[in-house]
Design a binder for this molecule. Structure first.
Ligand code: MF3
Ligand code: CO
Ligand code: CO
Length: 260
């Protein structure tokens, strides 16, 4: 399957799916507190997606994934499975939400620091979020995927952190993960050229230590090999004639002022 270009009608459905996915992260924020389990967060999100949004939680049963959201704590890079682990003050948590509404997917994730968060967790989370926006800044017709990857990689590595290579952003629409693969590292001017009507995610995973990861025996949970902290933020994007539309922007969100 080649990269799909969404028609205006499909773009409208992507806007709706994106807004709903973002609303789940807005809804769950006050529940992320010391003592709550990631399974409790999963249940709250599941009920909200199904009952309030009348949407489908895309992760549930996706290639056998057992829960409705991903919860990745501290050295977990991505695809953490909600369970009976209680959050503690100082934990850094990524919640990744994907909903299907009217056949279209919206995919977004953010970090939460439980209590204050350590200085290192705060810095890592901030650089990971900024790197997402550094990538988004590159998105416009005629730019390449390599421009995005290069911008993210340079930003992160200049700040002493590393970028995970085994997992990437992806085209999205009626299919959860479609072409193209959106790498968070690379060379400017290389790879697929962006065109209006493309939809894809950018979702850099940024490690405090080395970039290497390993997959746990549950077949899903990805952790840093050195057990150092990892952080991730994700948005679903639409390439427009003018540049980019962030389909999963939240009301609490400010677009960071980035150094030139
Ligand atoms: N939401 C994740 C992504 O950003 C994918 C999760 S797949 C799952 O692509 F099966 F683990 F839920
Ligand atoms: Co994604
Ligand atoms: Co996601």
């Amino acid at each position: 399957m080649a990269v799909t270009i969404k028609t205006p009608g499909e773009q409208q459905k992507m806007r709706v799916a994106g807004r709903l996915a973002a609303s789940v992260l807005e809804m769950i924020e006050p529940h992320v507190r010391p003592g709550v389990t990631t399974e409790e967060l999963n249940e709250i999100c599941h009920r909200y997606i199904v009952d309030e949004l009348e949407a489908v939680p895309a992760p549930l049963n996706y290639n056998g994934f057992p829960k409705s959201i991903c919860t990745s704590v501290n050295h977990v890079v991505c695809h953490g499975i909600p369970g009976n682990k209680r959050l503690r003050r100082g934990d850094a948590l990524n919640i990744d939400i994907t909903v299907i509404k009217d056949g279209f997917h919206g995919d977004t994730s953010r970090m939460f620091l439980v209590g204050e968060g350590s200085i290192q967790a705060r810095r890592l989370s901030e650089v990971a979020r900024e790197s997402l926006f550094v990538g988004i800044e590159q998105v416009r017709p005629g730019a390449t995927l390599g421009d995005i990857g290069h911008a993210i990689q340079s930003y992160v590595e200049a700040r002493g952190f590393s970028v995970v290579r085994e997992y990437c952003g992806h085209g999205i629409g009626q299919v959860f993960h479609e072409e193209p693969q959106v790498l968070h590292y690379g060379d400017p001017g290389t790879g697929t050229r962006l065109e209006p009507g493309m939809c894809f995610t950018i979702e850099p995973m940024v490690n405090a230590g080395k970039r290497h990861v390993k997959l746990l025996a549950d077949g899903w949970t990805v952790v840093t090999k050195d057990h150092a902290l990892s952080a991730q933020w994700e948005h679903t994007l639409l390439v427009t004639d003018e540049g980019v539309e962030i389909l999963t922007l939240r009301s609490d969100e400010q677009i960071p002022q980035l150094p030139a």
